[in-house]
Design a protein around this ligand. Structure first.
Ligand code: N01
Length: 542
């Protein structure tokens, strides 16, 4: 049966639900998008795969999961009441509190009745005759909607490595991004963790004291920096609340909407003494100062980067007692910050424990998962539990797992596999009318972007309604120009020299390209506002 015939068939089957807008996913962006579209008086619903809200903060409930941007810079800013009412307990709050917060927001703004839970979308097909999307969930529920809004998040499609024998393991297998809701009792168990990215770096120090033995399988060492989390005192709480406007204004100004701003000086412009004094000063600060608060040439000048990278390597050596283990934990294969910098608490000290073993699977790769554990070329490690902290098919993975088809019957997977994730303004992909992709691909503090993009989509939908348009789509030429512009921004960036999920290269067969818009949030905001002011230039409205 041809794709077009399938779409026609979907169109004639009676939908169970008629909507103006259907938002996919009840995470940070989806909740805000629902709030915004409700404000327009639209009939709008979220379809959410899980049985609760939170997205990332619903699925990633592994021990140690927490924010590494300040709780209050990650919070929604749109409601003064909300800012007044919610008290963050910690500067970098943990998953349970983050999930509670998103539940609090959901109930405060009466969003819950507009969310359909346990509703994983199987297919979404566009019907060009009526300019509607026909959506079907895995359990057969159907809806027809004018606008389809993807808020599936950028780190949602969890990824298992391609290692033979994964399903043969007789013990317990867990992926950090699908951690069970009930407490997993690891006491007395021999546990293996595969992966040493941001997730594993949060998890490992939390579980090491509990387990009988922990084996960490590391392929690449990371430049993990101290988080320096702490409880928020009553006085700090008051001060944060008094400074919310200033905090959000500051985030608006910075490149990626975090609170930290780079130092205007260049690395080698200052004396060696001053340079190291500055490195130490930044090092003593909490959060992302150690990445975004550095000399401003750190991400563009190889020598400047290496100067700071060597400083960080020295910090790792100071904390690990066994020099051989310290050397293994010291990254030498990529520039500082070219992969996402993990923030940690007691990560390096964990490797001083008697019950923790670091296995270098770069020099001796994992060959198989066996019924009893993990087998490298040299040895088999017997385990009761294997934890996969092996990351995500980032940015495009969750969307391309859904059968989304535009008017000509081509799926978004087919289009993006062939062309890379081509969009206009990150919002729409040509050939998929009335389909908004929100918070898809701007390198940014997530909630700060979610609000900017959510507002843009709300205003756009209002404009379409007010002007009697029923259909909006990206023009081919505008999309091509945007894709070219976005690609030009990555030239010379250190990110592109390193393999990581930023480049899609952690997933075998995925096209290697920088997956974020790299122009920074201030320019992005300016561009999307300009497009809107010109009557949505580059989009065809009809
Ligand atoms: O995933 P990752 P993550 N054999 O892709 C290893 C966000 N986040 O879940 O580097 C052995 O970074 C792989 O090794 P290598 C944050 O943006 C936020 O940790 O490819 N190892 C790597 O070590 C972050 O960047 C917070 O050599 C294998 C690991 O698995 C993003 O999520 C907290 C392997 C995957 O690391 C993803 O982080 C946590 C194999 N066959 C995460 N295959 C916050 O604080 C893969 N690996 C908000």
């Amino acid at each position: 049966m041809s794709q077009v015939a399938r779409i026609d068939e979907a169109a004639v089957r009676a939908p169970a639900e008629e909507l103006d807008a259907l938002v996919v996913g009840a995470g940070v962006s989806g909740l805000y998008q629902l709030y915004c579209l409700k404000q327009l008086g639209l009939k709008v619903k979220i379809f959410e795969a899980g049985d609760g809200v939170g997205g990332t903060w619903y699925w990633n409930r592994y021990p140690g999961a927490r924010f590494d941007s300040e709780s209050y810079s990650y919070a929604y800013s749109f409601s003064k009441d909300l800012l007044k009412e919610w008290n963050w307990a910690e500067h970098y709050s943990g998953q349970p509190e983050n999930e509670q917060y998103l539940n609090f927001v959901t109930d405060k703004f009466a969003l819950r009745p507009h969310i359909r839970f346990n509703a994983r979308i199987k297919s979404a097909h566009f019907d060009g005759k009526t300019n509607h999307w026909h959506v079907e969930t895995e359990d057969g529920h159907r809806a027809r909607t004018r606008y389809l809004v993807s808020a599936v998040g950028i780190l949602s499609a969890h990824h298992f490595p391609n290692i033979p024998g994964i399903s043969s393991f007789k013990g317990m297998s867990l992926h950090t991004a699908r951690w069970p809701k009930d407490k997993v009792d690891l006491r007395g168990k021999r546990v293996g963790v595969i992966g040493t990215g941001s997730t594993a770096i949060q998890l490992i120090p939390e579980i090491a004291p509990e387990v009988a033995h922990l084996t960490v399988f590391q392929r690449s060492a990371n430049y993990a920096c101290p988080l320096r989390n702490s409880k928020i005192s009553d006085e700090e709480q008051e001060s944060i609340k008094a400074r919310y406007d200033e905090i959000f204004e500051r985030c608006r100004r910075t490149f990626a909407s975090f609170m930290q701003e780079s130092d205007p000086r260049k690395t080698f412009e200052v004396s060696e003494e001053e340079r190291y004094r500055f490195y130490e000063e930044v090092w003593a600060m909490p959060g992302f100062h150690k990445w975004f608060g550095l000399f401003h040439d750190i991400m563009t000048d190889d020598a400047a980067n290496e100067s700071y990278a060597e400083f960080v390597r020295g910090k790792i050596r100071e904390r690990v007692k066994d020099p051989k283990v310290a050397e293994l934990l010291t990254p030498r294969d990529h520039p500082f910050g070219s992969k996402r910098i993990p923030l940690e608490t007691n990560y390096y000290e964990t490797f001083n424990r008697d019950n923790v073993l670091l296995v270098d699977v770069k020099s001796d790769p994992i060959q198989a998962i066996t019924p009893h554990g993990v087998k490298t070329g040299a040895q088999e490690y017997e385990l009761d539990v294997i934890i996969y902290a092996t990351g995500f098919d980032a940015i495009t993975g969750e969307l391309t797992r859904i059968d989304i088809r535009g008017e000509d019957g081509r799926s978004i997977k087919e289009v993006w596999d062939a062309e890379g994730p081509s969009t206009y303004l990150t919002f729409m992909s040509e050939g998929f009318p009335n389909f908004f992709i929100v918070n898809g691909a701007v390198f940014c503090n997530f909630t700060r972007c979610a609000e900017v993009v959510g507002n843009w989509v709300r205003d756009c939908v209002k404009y379409l309604r007010d002007h009697g348009y029923q259909r909006m789509e990206a023009e081919k030429a505008a999309q091509e120009a945007w894709v070219e512009h976005a690609a030009s921004l990555t030239e010379g960036m250190l990110f592109t020299k390193t393999d990581s999920w930023f480049m899609g290269s952690n997933v075998p067969g995925k096209k290697r390209q920088f997956l974020f818009y790299a122009g920074g949030m201030p320019s992005f905001r300016e561009k999307i506002n300009e497009v809107a002011a010109k009557g949505y230039e580059g989009f065809r409205l009809s």
